[in-house]
Design a protein. Sequence first.
Length: 662
Amino acid sequence: MTSEERFEPRLGRMRSITAKAPKSFRSCVIGAVQRAGGFKRAGKSATKSSGTYGRGAGVGRLLTASATRGRTARRVVVKARFVRLAGKGLRAAAAHLAYLQRDGVTREGARGVLYGPQADRIEASDFMGRCDGDRHQFRFIVAPEDAHLYDDLKPLTRKVMQQMEADLGTRLDWAAVDHFNTGHPHTHIVLRGRDDRGKDLVIAREYLSEGFRERVQAQVSLDLGPRSEREIALALQAEVSQERLTSIDRQLRREADDQGHVVAGHSDPAMSAARAGRLVKLQALGLAEKASGGRWRLDPEMETTLRQMGERGDIIKTLHRALTDRGLEATLSEAQMHLPSAPSPVPVGALTGRLIERGILEEQSDRHYVILEGMDGRTHFVDIGQGAATEALPKEAVLQVTPRRPEIREVDRTVLTVAQANGGYYTIEIHLMFDPTARRPFAETHARRLEAIRRTTGAIDRLPDGRFRIDPDYLDKALAYERKDVARLPVSITVQASRTLDKLVSYKGVTWLDRQWVAGPSTECARTGFGEALRVALQARRQWLLEEGLWMPVTGPGAETLDRSVLKTLHQREMTEVAVGLEANTGKSCRTVPRGGLVEGRLREIIATESEKYAVVERAKDFALVPWRPVLDKHIGQEVSGLMREGGINWTICRARGLEID
């Protein structure tokens, strides 16, 4: 070979050479069709999630093509969601079902009732027991525009679910709850992801997105009859003055040309009048302006702005209702409210306040909100993200809400440094060889981080031998993962006090009031609302400490602060009280573990007090009360051992010998 013909081999990715299980005939057919150009969608190769795959594909296409969206048709909103039950999914699904049955959702303000295909009342535990082992489930929200005309939504739900069974060709196992606690009555339906043969239920995308809605709309129109001209006129008139996105706005946007110009006129006189009135309203909102020739020019951001205005209006209504229900009408003035301008609001900085209400912001995506009465005297509405990621919050608890910002972590920089020094690969062993001072539990946190990024984004490759391939742009991939995680959980919530302020005053342990006192006077405390209540509680706490002989007033600098030695005394009192209670219940004595001492035994339980949590590790004749760590929650009842050291305990779970949790 000459120099011009020099051959340089380029190795591809290492792949597993293990034998694969033979494919089924059905999989071979689907693969052949895909390679031949079938199951294609614009810009993407087809997958099993395409609308042409799954039960109800043909029915969905037929219903979509023959849909009757005339002016007299009854309008229905259907939201569908696919939820995986792997990992913590089943527990989250049970929590979601419990929340759907919360108090105040019926017409009478009572607790929601779960019903099924035959029974008007079923137990959530029975339904979730059948869901154990399911790969996924479907969740629907069915909201007919005229749902208020139904005395009971159960017959409608059963009819449309029977029709779904006929469309999908299988019996379905589902549970539903009717809600009447909003201006639009609706039904929540939870459908198991199993067919009548026990196999995974796969529903075609076209049926989920269009077909099911058409079935519900047809049934509602059959039950209530087509809309009358008077109903149509009243509905249009109601939309004219609304400060949210309406059907008139969508129609105007569809008819607008490239420059955003539309005309008010329409072939239908009622619609023409409604469009003219709506354009005048949009002009007042700064979202439309008159042009020459009887035309109007729409603002390019009209839809986005109207959606945000609608969500803002919903937030204001939620705030008014929550404060009125709790007798806090005095805080309803606009000047005292902290209202977000974005649809998914988060506080600018750390926010501390008393919990007024926690609720669901978007039920399909499981996004929750909290309303706080802040120390600054204002009422705050905060989107806290997915509810399954946040534990239950005590009523009237004092919370600190801190916004999370997507940023590159030090663990990501360490991974990149190790990989760059080792040919672009990372493993725990490579890390320990690169940095002999690093401990194995420390390196394992880096591997868990990489695995989380790989599973969530798919941006990182893990080779069959366990090595992670780390590209030069790894930090960009890690930042993209952080952005996605922050979108799921935009804030972190810390419970500062689980008891009400009046109960904290005489608590025999360290309280949030004491920590506030140690920190010194706070400029955030307002003279109204929760801020004023906090000032009163602090003064009462001082009097209680004075009566207990734990604090003596002094003069001069530092007179208004609490010495940290008082906190140590209070902490010891709390531990003593907890230990005495355990000794009475168990008949065993409490032993003290010195620094450097060994803690070993069975993890009996976790005890939460106002100041902190304790782990109870018991032996045959005694037990130890030691600091708690989150990792222990999964190992109650197991044998554990650990070494008491500065800043905590290095635990070893005896069930998995050699596995240290640092």
